[in-house]
Ligand binder design. Structure first.
Ligand code: NAD
Ligand code: ZN
Length: 367
């Protein structure tokens, strides 16, 4: 005898939220009082890393306050894993933090991703403020609510969408960032300009020197453009069902190059190669021309980022990595391409489109 009953449980839609992004120079010292006034007296917990502390940014943020903190050591991607996450969560528990906790993520994308994920699961979810300190994090990872850690097999294997309650961008923190990281992170800014805003592309072109000199007024404008563009895309498609994919411009071949290099290439450096590859695919598909690709290459080169694939990466390794793309369908990914600077090509309402393997092979050959 089989007996069965059925019941339906309605899950009310969660209410839409919003958060503010504040951009400035030297604002790290006033962030704390802002958080106190907007988010009350709940427990605070800072998550940061050893380099950010050594650069003096934690001291600036706390200005003498005694706040429980976790300093990720060693800094960088190798610490973005479940073991570190558990260690952070247990430190939070030991600090007697409750459901009214506010987590402050002070650092680059590594800190932001793991701290955001910790906030997402601590006591079933507490608030997180993102305080990004790298060009990459200020342009990209601090906004949009993607959080997570790597597994031993792949990047960002475990995670959650967990939006920040506020984002504070202090461009003065970029002063202490090492040159290679600084430049590589700027590639996401170039990407934003290419997919969404020709005026921004021109702005970047006209201010390359000031950007490289890390002039605060220009960096604030760069941050503003980046946040506006990323926010618009994320608002339209928060969970990446379609439109948000445009943020992956240059990332299909970029991720593959990053993997194929054994992570010798920084993410932004690999994306720079991916952006040029996308430009060459655009030429093959009749969507672009040599001039445009040269213009983009010139900008990336001026920013001090190489656009050639390193010699030790073979074509076969790269093609294999492309086939392993996370978002591949039948072992072949789709590509985001642009029609012109500031406008993504869409086909039948899709923002990531099919490109023949032979086309990609020809392009990889030329890279
Ligand atoms: N969540 C998202 O939407 C999203 C988007 C893009 C990238 N990411 C993730 O971001 C991570 C990469 O971020 P990243 O490039 O910022 O790397 P990172 O956080 O590892 O920072 C790079 C290096 O700079 C140091 N550093 C950070 N700020 C500094 C400062 N102001 N002065 C001196 N040193 C400083 C760090 O300690 C580290 O050694 C990756 O894990 C990637 O997956 C996430
Ligand atoms: Zn990226």
């Amino acid at each position: 005898l089989i007996r069965m009953q059925e019941l339906t449980v309605k899950v009310p839609a969660t209410k839409p939220g919003e958060y503010k992004i504040e951009i400035g120079t030297g604002i790290l010292g006033v962030v704390w009082s802002k958080i106190e006034s907007h988010f009350g007296r709940g427990g605070k917990f800072v998550i940061t890393d050893a380099n950010v502390v050594a650069a003096g940014h934690l001291d600036k943020l706390l200005s003498g306050r005694n706040v429980p903190s976790y300093v990720i050591t060693p800094p960088g991607e190798s610490s973005k894993n479940m073991v570190m996450l558990v260690s952070i969560l247990e430190a939070m528990e030991q600090a007697y933090l409750g459901r009214d906790t506010v987590v402050l993520a002070l650092g680059g994308g590594t800190v932001g991703d793991i701290a955001g994920f910790a906030a997402a699961i601590f006591k079933r979810g507490v608030a997180v403020m993102q305080i990004p300190t790298t060009t990459l994090a200020q342009a990209d990872s601090a906004i949009g609510g993607k959080t997570g850690v790597d597994s031993s097999l792949s990047k960002n294997a475990f995670g959650a969408f967990w939006h920040p309650s506020a984002v504070y961008i202090d461009v003065a923190t970029l002063k202490t960032l090492d040159d290679r990281q600084y430049k590589a992170g700027l590639v996401e800014s170039v990407k934003h300009a290419l997919i969404a805003d020709e005026k921004y592309f021109k702005f970047l072109e006209n201010n390359l020197d000031a950007i490289l000199q890390r002039q605060p007024d220009v960096l604030e404008k760069v941050a503003y453009y980046n946040c506006r563009i990323k926010a618009e895309v994320v608002e339209a498609d928060p969970t990446e069902t379609n439109q948000r994919r445009m943020l992956n411009y240059g990332h299909t071949i970029g991720h593959a190059a990053e993997m194929a290099s054994g992570f010798e290439l920084l993410h932004g450096e690999a994306v720079a190669i991916g952006i040029i590859a996308a430009g060459m695919i655009e030429i093959e598909m009749g969507l672009g021309d040599d001039n445009r690709v040269e213009m983009v290459r010139k900008m990336l080169t001026a920013l001090g980022v190489h656009t050639e694939i390193p010699r030790n990466i073979s074509k076969t390794t790269l093609m294999d990595a492309i086939r392993r793309d996370k978002k591949a369908i039948n072992k072949w990914p789709r590509f985001v391409l642009i029609d012109k600077i500031g406008s993504v090509h869409s086909k039948e309402g899709q923002w990531a489109i099919e490109v023949g393997q032979e086309v990609v092979e020809r392009v990889v050959e030329k890279l």
